[in-house]
Every structure is written in structure tokens, then in C-alpha cells.
Design a protein around this ligand. Sequence first.
Ligand code: HEC
Length: 113
Amino acid sequence: MVLTISAPAAGSASPSPQRPASFLQCAACHSVDPGRNGVGPSLAGVAGRKAASLPTFNYSAALKNSGLTWDAASLDRWLTSPQRTVPGTKMPFAGIPDPAKRKEVVDYLMTLK
Ligand code: HEC
């Protein structure tokens, strides 16, 4: 499979929030366009939605039954260690150990509409 990762425009004057460099590792599997799923579900509008609630994505039972709703706190926990937060999830990602990098990604996710 060929994965294309588009880098954020360097030095862009756009007022919209910059995609942090740490998000590039997510972009391999996640689009931020509504309705466009990849290996992982689209992250458009992820803030405030219930975990595993996109009807167009085939989630693991573990994530469906997690009872999580995505906000800054639950996203931070999830991105620390997906497997420990939701044992049995099929997101094949170890986590972001650096709290500052994690916060950048979470802050960015919270802006996605
Ligand atoms: C190798 C592919 C892959 C990578 C890399 C990856 N993810 Fe995922 N992600 C998935 C898959 C697959 C799921 C669905 C998990 C499930 O159903 O258990 C998922 C689920 C999610 C969800 C839950 C979405 C929902 O609709 O409930 C969030 C939020 C998320 N990922 C964020 C991220 C972020 C942020 C990163 C980068 C730090 C990342 N992911 C990296 C594959 C990936």
C-alpha cells in the first residue's frame, strides 16, 4: 500500500491552526476530511463525538464498547497508549510518550470541524 503524507505548508500565513509535525504520523492512517476514512476513521469533528460512532467505519468491538467520548482529557489518555486505554483496539499505534507533543496533537484535534 502506498501512503501519501502531505506536509503542512511551511510559513503559511493562514490563520487556521497549524497541523503539528507530530500529526504526520497520524495522517498516514487518518484523514481530517469529513467522510474520508483511511486505515483509520476520519478525524473530522472528532471533538465531542462518542468513540467509534462513525457509521462508515468498521471499528473494533473494544472501541465500540469503550464508553469514551472524545474530549481533551480522553484524547490525551488515548494517545498516551491506545492499547492500555482501550485493550483490544485495532489502532496499531504505540502512543506519543512526550506530553508536550501529545498536547499539540490534542489541541489540533480539538479544532477539527
Ligand atoms: C497505523 C494506523 C494508525 C495510526 C498511525 C494512527 N491511528 Fe488512530 N486509529 C486507527 C484505527 C484502525 C482506528 C480504529 C480503532 C478501533 O476501531 O479499535 C483508530 C482510531 C482513532 C481514534 C478514534 C476515532 C473514533 O471515531 O472514535 C482517534 C481519535 C485516533 N485514532 C487518533 C489518532 C491520532 C491522533 C494518531 C496519531 C498520533 C493516530 N490515531 C494514529 C489507525 C491509526
